[in-house]
Design a protein around this ligand. Structure first.
Ligand code: CTP
Ligand code: CA
Length: 227
């Protein structure tokens, strides 16, 4: 990784990025999860690092190696992701790229659920905390810039703009994940950056380029670090 480091547009800044899925255990061998490769979140963490930021990456289970020069905190569940994100504050910017499981099994057993004992025909679920909304509404340490992602199908921009308002974040990156776009798990992405001051469409770019642009937009919004 070529590091522009000191003197980069994000030097002196701390950026926290969530990435990957969460795994919500049901018993020692089973979990409920979202689909996510972690590629986009890892790429954003690297792009912010390349502009000189100190980066904390809060990562759910992925197949990706820890990026060099970035503090990577590994978590499994949404509740752990929230705790690790809060523990990483203060930060100048928070980027929620993780595909957090909205629900977790209401009961986790220490013993494997066995088929012959009636097994598993239904799972009671309970809602997980919203990491992005919690950080965006943090009472004492809200980062200056809080950015969410919205992976949508159908009325992508409408859903994304509603999500920006509902979660209290500043920007949202809307992402069309309809089957056939190839964005899920792939190396390319097509997104629209919604800032509340106009939308910017970034069409069919490598995830690394989406990340570079986003890091530059973050640097521009934060301005030079004081001191
Ligand atoms: N997010 C989060 N914690 C959750 C759920 C979502 O931090 N428990 C974040 C995601 O990282 C993303 C944004 O919120 O940045 C939007 O996630 P999304 O799943 O699209 O939104 P939801 O509010 O969960 O709505 P839905 O899944 O019903 O579309
Ligand atoms: Ca969700």
């Amino acid at each position: 990784d070529a590091l522009r480091g000191e003197g980069g547009a994000l030097s002196g800044r701390h950026v926290v990025v969530t990435a990957g899925p969460t795994h919500e255990p049901l018993d020692p061998v089973r979990y409920v999860a979202n689909r996510s490769s972690g590629k986009q979140g890892y790429a954003i963490a690297r792009a912010c690092r390349q502009l000189g930021a100190r980066v904390t990456l809060v990562a759910g289970p992925t197949a990706l190696p820890d990026p060099r020069g970035i503090e990577t905190v590994h978590v499994e569940t949404a509740r752990q992701m929230l705790a690790a994100s809060e523990a990483a504050l203060p930060a100048d910017a928070f980027v929620a790229c993780a595909a957090v499981a909205d629900y977790r099994p209401a009961y986790e057993t220490e013993h494997k659920v066995k088929k012959e004992r009636g097994g598993l025909t239904a799972i009671d679920l309970t809602e997980n905390p919203d990491v992005l909304a919690s950080i965006a509404r943090h009472a004492s340490r809200r980062p200056a810039l809080v950015i969410g992602f919205a992976a949508e199908t159908d009325d992508v921009l409408g859903h994304a703009e509603a999500k920006r308002a509902r979660k209290g974040c500043d920007w949202i990156v809307a992402n069309d994940v309809s089957p056939g776009t190839g964005t899920m798990g792939g190396d390319r992405n097509a997104v629209t950056l919604i800032t509340g001051e106009g939308d910017e469409a970034w069409e069919d770019l490598p995830k690394s380029e989406v990340s570079r642009r986003l890091a530059e937009r973050i640097a521009g919004a934060l301005g030079p670090a004081p001191g």
